[in-house]
Design a protein around this ligand. Structure first.
Ligand code: SF4
Ligand code: SF4
Length: 56
């Protein structure tokens, strides 16, 4: 399962900078994870100030 970003995301961009797969991009109102690229490493969850990325 890929990680997903909840709607509590404040679009700070910290997770995108940490993702080794380049799977995270800025979406409409929040950042989004490309499930086809995510390898479930959890780096995004560790970088997020509001705990928005979680295991899908
Ligand atoms: Fe990227 Fe890892 Fe987060 Fe998946 S779990 S989106 S690979 S940082
Ligand atoms: Fe959103 Fe958290 Fe990523 Fe920042 S680190 S863009 S708040 S999911």
């Amino acid at each position: 399962m890929a990680y997903v970003i909840k709607d509590t995301c404040i679009s700070c961009g910290a997770c995108a900078a940490e993702c080794p797969m380049g799977a995270i991009s800025e979406g409409d109102g929040q950042y989004v994870i490309d499930a086809g690229k995510c390898i479930d490493c959890g780096a995004c969850a560790g970088a997020c100030p509001v705990g928005a990325p979680c295991e899908g």
